[in-house]
Design a protein around this ligand. Structure first.
Ligand SMILES: [Zn+2]
Length: 150
């Protein structure tokens, strides 16, 4: 089951909610680029693990909604299309970075695992303003996908 809902973080109406299992529902907001799930609760083990493995900027930007669910900036990785992730130095100073995937050239193939066909073209990273998460997704052709892959 999936639907668009109002995002408690940015107030926009492009928050994609998907019930993954009976107990777990995930939220991914196309407006602000933040996401959460019903497992990402205050004091949960998942939250502790996420905080342990995330850059400190993520801690500064995390947001707790009125259901005690914690939202973080999303990282989108589509191996054959590209990546969108948050890049910055402080709570105020950050942007969305979009990196397109490009095909690995014949002469570079030795540097990559055998069946890998694409690499992230990090030399051509594009940056987008905080409110332009959707443009960043567009830059990697995210919306060409079938909606249920999200
Ligand atoms: Zn939002």
């Amino acid at each position: 089951m999936e639907q668009m809902t109002i995002c408690p973080h940015c107030g926009g109406n492009a928050c994609y909610e998907q019930q993954v299992t009976e107990e777990v529902t995930t939220n991914f907001c196309f407006g602000c680029g933040f996401s959460t799930s019903t497992m990402m609760k205050v004091n949960s083990r998942l939250l502790t693990e996420t905080l342990d493995t995330s850059p400190s900027l993520y801690k500064d930007l995390m947001y707790t909604d009125d259901k005690d669910q914690v939202w973080f900036p999303a990282t989108v990785t589509l191996p054959e299309k590209g990546m969108v992730f948050l890049d910055g130095t402080s709570k105020e100073k950050w942007k969305w970075a979009a990196v397109k995937a490009v095909e690995i050239l014949e002469e570079e193939k030795a540097k990559f695992p055998k069946d890998q066909k694409f690499k992230m073209d990090t030399k051509n990273t594009q940056f987008f303003e905080q409110r332009d998460f959707m443009d960043a997704l567009d830059a990697i052709h995210f919306f060409d996908l079938e909606p249920d892959i999200i």
